[in-house]
Design a protein. Structure first.
Length: 78
């Protein structure tokens, strides 16, 4: 496992948490938080379908910490 993958995953999670905190606490808008959650769901579906529909030509390496089915969760957050 390469440190660059761990660092990228950590930073993507930190940025998502900061954006979530900002939406809930600073802006005080549940709608903004739900937009973030729906963007996360969209990202997961997009990346999973991208890998599935590629017919095996597009795959991610196994160096990521959290991989859902075939796509790393940090890529979906991005």
């Amino acid at each position: 496992m390469q440190p660059s993958f761990i660092g990228m995953e950590f930073m993507s999670w930190v940025l998502f948490i900061i954006c979530s905190w900002h939406a809930l606490r600073v802006v005080r808008s549940r709608q903004r938080f739900l937009e973030l959650v729906m963007a996360l769901v969209f990202g997961v579906l997009l990346e999973e379908l991208n890998v599935i529909l590629s017919g095996g030509f597009y795959v991610y390496g196994r160096d990521f910490l959290i991989i859902l089915d075939q796509a790393p969760l940090s890529i979906c957050i991005g």
